[in-house]
Write a protein that binds this ligand. Sequence first.
Ligand code: LLP
Length: 384
Amino acid sequence: MKGNFPIQKFNNLQTPFYFYDTELLRETLQTVVAEATKYDYHIHYAVKANANSRILSIIRENGLGADCVSGGEIQAALNAGFPAGKIVFAGVGKADWEINLGLDNDIFCFNAESIPELEVINELAGLKGKTARVALRINPEINAHTHHHITTGMKENKFGINLDQLDKVLDTLETLPFVKLIGLHFHIGSQLTEMEPFQALCNRVNELQQRLAKRKITVEHINFGGGLGIDYEHPNRHSLPDFKEYFQLFHKHFPAYPNQKVHFEPGRSIVGQCGSLISKVLYVKEGSVKKFIILDAGFTELIRPALYEAYHKIENLSSEEPEEMYDVVGPICESSDCFGKQLDLNKAHRGDIIAIRSAGAYGEIMASQYNCRQLPKAYFSDLI
Ligand code: LLP
């Protein structure tokens, strides 16, 4: 089954471009909010997944906060109307101007990842006569069993404070008057399709809370990060991720203290399925051992297949002819500019419209201008 696209309208538009199904985005947002509200969980959308200004506005309209990893993202979130009090700022390398931007806007929290970073936040906050609210990003040392480029919570990853360093960090915090510890933050990786690693994370956080209690520390906020995966194989059958099962798991395995607030930072699961990259077939090339569909989109528009060997479902929206086997490639002068090998697609012709599905997350935002190409435009199902 193919997706439902306004293909007549696509014929008149210059390809490649991103197409967002805003109805699906809104349905996804209503579902995530309804499921999280059952347990009074707080959701901060991970802006890194897609910072398109209209997408951000729709997300903000649904009451989510924003998880930002740069000054640029903080600015994008503010421009889209997210209240500063719902913005968290994470990232292993925050520059001084970015910290100052967060302080000047009184953002909700800095997720800090090291002692030197805490010292700089303390110094910059002190200069402004402010106290910065911080959560410690702890590296929980849990294997998320996902692609090694998007695993973040293992001992050898650059992210977070290692468990064996926590006491030293807490000792340092006692000497920093302009930072206030309000929470703990975790993120174990992205595109997790199994729930076990999240359960292991809950167990780890429970242990940590006990460890902190021995030092008479209880934090007001626990942030479990993002990571819930989407179904790249079946974007139509599973257009919504299973938020119900996801939040239920945390509710079951993580007993929050009274008055403790629990936060999440989903990115991919919010925007992944609502976006497709729409492209045209430039040429069908018959090689001596293979047939290639050469598209006008390349890894400049969607880098995930080249960078992570990621799978995206590809559909020929213009043809119902019997399927043939193709490698689907882009026009960029690199062999890695390939969207998929040995794929069965309806017989392709020059000018056919091709949809590369599940591209709403880490698609448009990771586009580049390599080969002096233009950044892709975006169109929306309700405005096209
Ligand atoms: N919170 C933190 C601290 C993160 O590092 C991330 C993602 C998220 C939340 C959101 O995770 P999500 O719910 O989207 O899985 N470009 C890669 C994904 C990189 C994810 C980086 N961190 C990709 O295209 O697969």
